[in-house]
Ligand binder design. Structure first.
Ligand code: SF4
Ligand code: SF4
Length: 99
């Protein structure tokens, strides 16, 4: 189960990396570093999909601390589907495709 890899790419590509969503994220509010922001997480997954970085425990930890609260999604004018992107990543879609 899980999202198809090409669909995951399309969802990630909607993000323009504007950063408007960052201030809505309760995790970012505590950590105050880009990798813990919604944009940072989307960007990490995008770079992984492009093959520019490799998946690792640190990245999985960064994504898995997302509360799936949806505040970032509500504040994004582009309608980036965070829940599907993060759950797609956590479901192992990227691993499965690369193996
Ligand atoms: S998810 Fe939306 S608000 Fe956040 S950086 Fe991407 S385009 Fe901007
Ligand atoms: S869904 Fe995740 S990334 Fe978005 S605001 Fe909530 S904790 Fe932050």
């Amino acid at each position: 189960m899980g999202i198809d890899l090409s669909d995951l790419r399309k969802l990630v590509d909607v993000c323009t990396l504007c950063g408007s969503c960052n201030s809505s994220c309760p995790v970012f509010e505590i950590e105050l570093t880009e990798p813990y922001s919604p944009r940072g997480r989307i960007n990490l997954i995008g770079e992984l999909l492009k093959g520019n970085i490799s998946d690792n425990e640190e990245m999985r930890e960064l994504i898995s601390v997302c509360l799936f609260c949806g505040y970032c999604q509500n504040s994004c004018s582009k309608g980036v589907d965070f829940r599907s992107i993060f759950s797609g990543y956590l479901s192992g879609t990227i691993h499965l495709d690369k193996d």
